[in-house]
Design a protein around this ligand. Structure first.
Ligand code: SF4
Ligand code: SF4
Length: 484
């Protein structure tokens, strides 16, 4: 008889549920991509820190800050563009443009955003440069961290964390400058007269920058950011990505062995397994293992490998921006092909062009006056004691000029005597006239009454035209007059 032994216990070795990620010690590297990254870091951080101090003359009663989020008046200023709360569609357009640009960049050159422009990458780079300056390069830092605590080490660590905190504090300070007149706010902050909320936001951003760029670094890209997963689903085999050209690098062997093999007329791969590409990687990835979600496509391993190739007298770009298609083609003995124009790049490019054109057109045709109406819902109409039917609506008149203006409100097809605006005077022709302050929105209660004897239809068109008394500029909105 055969006995079946049931396995009641897990025989696998006891593994911890959570293993800390090993600390990454990226090494200093020189080369083309490092230089590009430094240039972008200086440009982007320069823009971020200095932009709030750029002035833009918009005339009297208007803020003179080029980029300003004016929360108090619910307006956003961007150089010559001024966006009001009613124009939130511009924001939608900008979000679509940003998403499509990111998709297009991804379709052309992989995670180029992650490697060069993402704030997490830029601040991590800055924090790493500070760390290297104070504690030394990779090997030195590793030795120090593995060694005992000495007075010199305590001094270095204190200086490093102090510098990090200063950068983080400056970062938070720059952020709040986008929400108020920057020079005034800086003065108020320094003299402790600024609103408490400014100090709170500086504190929050100091903390998040210090933690994310100083401690979490690649963990943010690996575990917190959704973009690697999204982009992995959006990319294809024609997109340029940082790749180890295995068709050229394999079989890898040590430098000495490769020399010996070449002397015998054999063809070893160009990779000498020096691991310099891994040592410089800010996320600790070995690019030779193929596509990896941890790779932010920063190109630093290209620089590292190029310097090794130069030293051993082999051609550069063993690691390079390349495509999966070309690696496969070379392995099959075929020539490279590049296809930047594909259905997805054309689609993203077309959407960018269309949305951009619509936004530009809307901006070009933007007026200084607009009006909208909101009909009372409950009740839709009222029957007065004399049998008349009255409808109530609220008009929102937006005056985008930096001076007060007077507007006459005309209702098409209705007798001026039957159109009333609460708090308004009547003009010579009988229509209500109101004043709207500079750069303001006026909310106006409108009452339209039709004598019951005229038997109005259950629903008829109602159009309000707001006319600038001085200039004749007009804006119109439509609604319905409701009767029983
Ligand atoms: S740096 Fe170049 S040669 Fe060195 S291990 Fe990486 S791929 Fe190979
Ligand atoms: S593998 Fe190369 S490109 Fe990818 S993150 Fe590391 S250094 Fe940058």
């Amino acid at each position: 008889m055969t006995t079946v032994q049931l396995q009641t216990q897990d025989d696998s070795p006891d593994l911890p549920l959570y293993v800390s990620a090993p600390k990454v010690y990226p090494q200093r590297v020189h080369g083309v991509y490092r230089r590009i990254k430094w240039a972008l870091l200086i440009v982007t951080l320069g823009i971020y820190y200095l932009l709030p101090f750029v002035r833009w003359n918009r005339g009297p009663n208007e803020p003179s800050q080029a980029v300003l989020v004016d929360l108090a008046h619910r307006k956003f200023y961007f150089f010559f563009i001024e966006i009001w709360p009613q124009e939130v569609y511009y924001l939608t357009g900008l979000l679509i443009l940003a998403a499509m640009t990111l998709f297009l960049m991804n379709a052309l050159a992989g995670r180029v955003w992650c490697g060069y422009l993402c704030p997490q990458t830029i601040w991590t780079d800055l924090f790493l440069a500070t760390e290297r300056l104070i504690e030394g390069d990779r090997r030195e830092r590793m030795l120090k961290d593995a060694g005992p605590w000495t007075l010199a080490r305590v001094r270095e660590k204190t200086l490093k964390h102090f510098t990090w905190l200063m950068i983080a504090w400056w970062t938070g300070g720059a952020w709040v400058n986008y929400f108020a007149d920057a020079p005034t706010l800086v003065h108020d902050l320094a003299t402790f007269q600024a609103p408490v909320v400014s100090y709170v936001w500086i504190g929050i951003l100091t903390f998040t920058t210090y933690v994310l760029a100083g401690f979490m670094r690649e963990q943010v890209c690996l575990y917190m950011c959704p973009w690697p997963r999204i982009q992995a689903a959006l990319t294809d085999e024609y997109a340029l990505n940082v790749m180890y050209r295995l068709d050229r690098g394999e079989p890898r062997t040590s430098f000495k062995k490769s020399l010996a093999l070449r002397a015998k007329g054999e063809h070893p791969g160009d990779c000498i397994d020096c691991s310099q590409c891994v040592a410089v990687c800010p996320t600790g990835v070995d690019i030779r293992q193929g596509a990896n979600l941890g790779c932010i496509q920063c190109g630093l391993c290209i620089d590292a490998c190029d310097s090794i190739m130069e030293k051993i007298g082999r051609p550069p770009r063993l690691i390079a921006y390349d495509t999966d298609v070309n690696v496969a083609r070379r392995v099959a003995g075929k020539a490279n092909i590049f296809k930047p124009i594909r259905s997805r790049t054309v689609l993203y490019g077309t959407i960018i062009a269309l949305v951009g054109a619509v936004m530009l057109l809307a901006l070009a045709n933007r007026t200084n006056l607009s009006v909208s109406a909101m009909h009372d819902r409950n009740p839709m109409f009222v029957k007065t004691a004399d049998g008349s039917i009255r409808n109530a609506l609220t008009l929102h008149i937006v005056n985008r000029k930096p001076m007060a203006r007077r507007f006459a409100i005309e209702a098409a097809g209705f007798d001026p005597a039957h159109v009333e605006a609460v708090g308004a005077t009547k003009g010579a022709d009988g229509w209500p006239v109101v004043e709207v302050g500079p750069d303001q929105i006026r909310e106006l209660r409108m009452l339209v009454t039709v004598p019951g004897a005229t038997h109005p239809p259950p629903k008829q068109d109602l159009a309000f035209t707001v006319v600038d008394v001085a200039s004749g500029e007009k804006a119109m909105t439509t609604d319905n007059f409701i009767a029983p």
